[in-house]
Design a protein around this ligand. Structure first.
Ligand code: FES
Ligand SMILES: [Fe+2]
Length: 377
């Protein structure tokens, strides 16, 4: 984020430190259990999620001509390429022959070859080669290729739509400025881990947006380092939540001109509907949560980015340590709590309540309701 904004966040946080306060909501919020356990609501959620744009990666993952990457987005295999012409494209990662995925992971190439029967494709999605092509006379192969999906790049992030009619161009309007200066358009992909969690997708997102649980869930990890004297900002359907490292108090005695460019703490962005960016000095993480096959199942991808290409074993070990630490907190501490809440809701807890000290959970519920009502398509 721009330096001026980082300084302003530090001022706001220091004020909260002095008073031992945090940004709060005006009231409490009740969310009925149906939002997490009912099949009808689950079906409506999935339909809504398929109709809105999703942030799925850093533009730096496909910065150079010939680079490609693959992502699972709500069970849809997505292929993103940077063509020889420099154009960014996305496709359903499904072969025009029988549907197999034509690419896996990420890399750099001139063409893609399906592993099943060897059909080949250009990075522009055109079918360029078919073994025993004569055997397909009458199958209109000239008209077949990879099926394109809408894709855009905003604030250095890749934004994809899961069907042709999704407008990806405005997904990050309003929050593009705070997201600038992170260099997402240069971020390389270090590693991704996948977690299956026995909770509703909304619970998996929400664990990232309140610090009320820090002393209980993260007593031995986050809590000794970070405090919940937090501030938040809302940018339409997107959000930013900022909590400081405890040592930020030392800045009270330092002139602002000597404060660092980057905020001394963790800045968490919620990019509607279910992408979370976690930015702290020395680390850049992206978490994507998608509903599984039932209201109580979620698939989460946790990715860690690197500001430059990883070339040495030492660098690889460094990023492995980073994702190990993130996984320890998320999968070892947060996600089991989300699964515990799901069990309680399934057992009959009639509604849950968000306190005034959990203000962003109010906002997340509110924008989801608006989107379900069709207000954000
Ligand atoms: S499924 Fe791809 S070549 Fe057969
Ligand atoms: Fe947590």
């Amino acid at each position: 984020m721009p330096r001026q904004e980082s300084l302003e966040l530090t001022r706001r946080v220091l004020k909260h430190f002095e008073n031992d306060t945090l940004d709060i909501a005006d009231d409490v919020w009740r969310e009925p259990r149906g939002a997490y356990v009912e099949q009808d609501r689950f079906v409506a959620d999935v339909e809504m999620l398929r109709s809105v744009p999703h942030v799925i990666g850093w533009a730096g993952e496909v910065a150079a001509p010939g680079q490609y990457t693959t992502k699972d987005v709500m069970g849809v295999p997505v292929l993103v390429t940077r063509g020889k012409d420099g154009a960014l494209r996305a496709f359903i990662n499904g072969c025009a022959h029988r549907g197999a995925q034509v690419a896996d992971g990420c890399g750099k190439t001139r063409m893609l070859q399906c592993p099943y029967h060897g059909w080949t494709y250009g990075l522009d999605g055109r079918l360029t080669g078919t073994p025993a092509r004569k055997m397909f006379a009458g199958a209109d192969l000239d008209k077949r290729g990879l099926i394109p999906l809408p894709i855009g790049e905003q604030a250095g992030l890749l934004v994809v739509g899961l069907s042709a009619d999704v407008d990806v161009s405005t997904a990050l309007d309003g929050i593009a400025e705070p997201l600038s200066d992170y260099g997402f358009d240069h971020n390389h992909h270090a590693e991704t881990r996948c977690f299956d969690i026995a909770c509703n997708w909304k619970l998996a997102v929400d664990v990232n947006f309140e610090g009320y649980h820090f002393p209980y869930v993260h007593a031995d990890t986050l809590d000794p380092l970070a405090s919940n004297n937090s501030v938040y900002d809302i940018y339409g359907r997107n959000i930013r939540w900022v909590f400081p490292f405890r040592d930020i108090v030392a800045y009270r005695d330092v002139p602002e001109t000597d404060w660092p460019d980057q905020f001394f703490g963790t800045v968490v962005y919620g990019l509607f509907p279910s992408c979370v960016l976690i930015e702290a000095p020395g680390t850049s993480q992206m978490l994507r949560a998608y509903p599984g096959r039932s209201p109580g199942e979620t698939v989460v991808y946790l990715s860690i980015g690197a500001p430059k290409e990883i070339t040495t074993e030492e660098e690889r070990a460094w990023y492995k340590m980073g994702i190990d630490g993130a996984a320890l907190v998320l999968d070892g501490q947060d996600f089991p709590m989300a699964a515990a809440c799901q069990r309680g809701l399934e057992a009959g807890v009639d509604h849950i309540v968000f306190g005034r000290n959990e203000p962003l959970l109010h906002h997340l519920s509110s924008v989801r309701a608006q989107a379900l009502a069709g207000g954000m398509r």
